[in-house]
Every structure is written in structure tokens, then in C-alpha cells.
Design a protein around this ligand. Sequence first.
Ligand SMILES: [Zn+2]
Length: 286
Amino acid sequence: MPELPEVETIRRDLSQYFSGLVLDEIAVFGKRTLRRSLWTSQEIAEALEGLVLVEVTRYGKFILIGFGSAATNVKHYLVVHLGMSGRFVRKAALLNCEKDHTKLRLRFGAQELVFWDPRTFGEVFLEDELDQDGRPGSLSMTLGVDPIFDPKGVSRALFEVTKNSKRPIKSVLLDQGVVAGLGNIYSDEVLFRAHVKPTRRVGSLNTLEIETIVHMIQEVLNEAISMRGSSLNDKSYLDLAGLPGEYQQRVLVYGRHGKACGNCGSTIVRVQLCGRYSSYCQNCQR
Ligand SMILES: [Zn+2]
């Protein structure tokens, strides 16, 4: 599933290739893709066609494409969540055998941009305003802190949630209402670097451990962004040109159960927490 670094890579590509272009046509396909939207595909087209793509921002795992009539004046944000395996693709030709899975098509003159989502966990909706932190307005109350925009906010959020809580730290990191943007890959990597087991009850973490986790979130996410994200064998994430990221070559524990820990040589194990597997080293993580 695309996490913050993959979404940020897509955001940068979208901004680079499409900023300043006039949107000639847009169509959204499928009720499931529009499940959060208060607007129909037709209404979205009426609102956005003829406007300029002013900016592309991101909050957590959401991409926000701002359209307006002038360079600095955004009227509407087209908000896209990639879900489990949604992909933006610049050339529709790349997907010519699987057109059924096209959920969103945008045409800017001769340039076409397609959102392709075979599993339809992704979603598309329109939002008129962002809150002061850059969240889509309708998600202000439910979406937590974005760790890239507000590292200190992550520290505050974790200290708040760890008070007397028995939740395992891994499920807290995956909770988008606490930290927005982490998923299974990066939370496993963060906990390995912080020497904390995914099963640790957050109430048992000391101040130094929490601060180390906050620091490692920054370190891991920034490294992964610089390497254009992680592409696993299932190809659920590829960039706008259809190319994979490179961070999967850097992972220390995620998906490495049964292999030797690069730090101590012990065998990496995995455990199931809330329906998700977490990999960790029993020797390096406490
Ligand atoms: Zn180890």
C-alpha cells in the first residue's frame, strides 16, 4: 500500500508535469471511488473543467490537486487517496489492456493523466477548503498529524496517546488519526531503528524511547522520499512514468522474517497485530 513517501513522490511528479495546465476534461468512474464525494462525476466536471491546475499538495496519504482561475487562487481541491494499489499514470497506453480499472481521467490539452485502481480501495472527492494545517476540511477532525509538516506535533500526539494506554505501539503508528501517512513498511522500519518491539504497550514507553521513535519517523520517511518510495513485488506502487522506487533495497526488517538481522545476526521474526504482520528483531528491539 502506498504510504507517505510514495504519495509524496507522486505529488512531486504531478506538480512537475501538470502545474499551470488548463484542465479540458475530467471524468470519475464508479460509485465506490466516489463513496466519500458529495459531488457526482458530472458535477465535478462542471466545477473543474476550464480551470488551471494551480498546485499539488499532500496531507498524510491524501493528494490534493488545487484548481483555480488564476495562478494563486485555488477554488477547489480534487482529493485523491491511492488506497491499496491505486496508481497515477501519465500515458494511458501503459495500461492499454486494463482500461476497466480506470477510475479517474484528466485531459490537459494533448496530455492525459489516468488514475488506475484495480482494487477500488482508492477514492476521489472534491473539497473547497483546507484547514490551517493543510488537511482537507472534511477530514479536520479525523486525520492526525502529518509527520513531515509537523514533527513536533508527532511528538505531542504520541505523548498524548501513550498516557496509560495498553495499545501496541505498532497499531498506534498505523492509526491515521494519530500520525497521518505511516503504513506497515515504514512503521516496521521506524521501530527497528528505534530499538522498540512492535508489540510494546505504548504506556510502557519512556520519554527517550518516544523521542527516538519521533526522530526515526523523520529519518526513515525522508530517506524513503529521497529514494522515491518502495515498490514491492506486487507492483502496487509505481511512479507516474511506471518506474519503481528504490527504498525496498534499504529495508532492514519489513518482509525479512526468517532472514538474519543485519545488526546482530539473529533471525527476524514476525507477529500478527490487528490483522497486519509486523517484522522485528527480538534481540535488537525491546
Ligand atoms: Zn538484531
